[in-house]
Write a protein that binds this ligand. Structure first.
Ligand code: ZN
Length: 301
């Protein structure tokens, strides 16, 4: 297992130990580059399929529409509406965001390791970036919380660069490992999500990756509200409760094996923390230390 930084090739230093996967209860380590700040989950399981079995579907369902609309408003801010132009959504999941893009006039294409569900909705989805026809160019390419799941995020962003039209825009959203939540909750932070998140970015490492891949950042944002709020509420609970992610699972329509009293305690605590978390999220965003980092970039000249 290579323990050097993917971006600047420096040896990684210890960052967090005993980071537990809430689904399999396996423990992982996170190491971090002392130069650019890119952090990496170790080890990288050879077969990640087992770690995704209970992962798909229902995630953040109660705010899914709000999330989708906000992302399309970001796309409109930096690219305008589609007007028949091409958009590529890398790691498109169930295809919800592609449908929203199509409704806004984009000719949308997606990539997804498990392409069955979006294909069944009639969407144009390939299973691997490498399958993209070399001549195909896009006016907008998006990674909505997918870059941190990839085995080689630098290679993926370089491929995106090769397939972006000269005036195109790249949009990337990732959890912010340099934000207040990441610092406050340490190994209990919800958005570490090991080992599904193989890499963990902060402002400096994202800026370094974009530069190395041939991009110039255009604009940064420091929040995706429901990710940030859930990150605060659930991480607070995980730090003190015996079972992780009971609140998140309950409101996402998934069950967790726990005693009824623990479940009720998590639900009550989660609702209270979601209310208390609103000012915390707004303050951390204002300080540019939110739970999420979103960046729009153009190809560097
Ligand atoms: Zn580095």
């Amino acid at each position: 297992m290579n323990q050097d930084c993917l971006i600047c090739h420096m040896p990684l230093a210890p960052h967090l130990l005993g980071v537990v996967d809430s689904l399999t209860k396996q423990s992982f380590e996170i190491r971090r580059c002392p130069t650019c700040g890119l952090a990496k989950t170790l080890p990288h399981p050879a077969d990640l399929g087992a770690y995704y079995q209970a992962y798909y579907g229902g995630r953040h369902s109660f705010t899914a529409r709000h999330c989708m609309n906000r992302r399309m408003s970001l796309v409109r801010k930096v690219c305008g509406s589609g007007h028949g132009r091409r958009l590529l959504d890398i790691g498109c999941g169930d295809g919800t965001q592609m449908i929203a893009a199509r409704d806004d006039g984009w000719q949308a294409m997606g990539t997804e390791v498990n392409p069955g569900p979006p294909r069944r909705l009639g969407l144009d989805v390939i299973s691997d970036l490498a399958e993209l026809p070399s001549e195909l160019r896009f006016d907008c390419i998006t990674f909505w919380h997918s870059l941190e799941h990839l085995r080689d995020p630098l290679d993926a962003v370089r491929i995106a660069r090769a397939h972006l039209s000269p005036n195109g825009v790249l949009l990337i959203a990732v959890p912010d490992n340099g934000g207040m939540q990441a610092k406050l909750f340490g190994r209990h932070w919800l958005h570490l999500d090991v080992p599904r998140h193989l890499y963990h970015f902060d402002y400096d490492s994202m800026a370094a990756l974009l530069k190395v891949a041939g991009f110039s950042p255009l604009r940064w944002w420091n929040q995706e509200f429901e990710y940030d709020l859930m990150g605060f509420a659930q991480s607070s609970l995980t730090a003190v409760m015996p079972t992780a992610n009971v609140f998140l699972n309950a409101i996402s329509g998934r069950s967790t094996v726990t005693r009824k009293t623990e479940k009720l305690l998590n639900l009550a605590g989660g609702i209270l923390l979601s209310v208390l978390g609103v000012p915390v999220v707004l303050l951390s965003t204002a300080a540019k230390r939110g739970g999420t980092l979103v960046v729009a970039s153009r190809p560097a000249l």
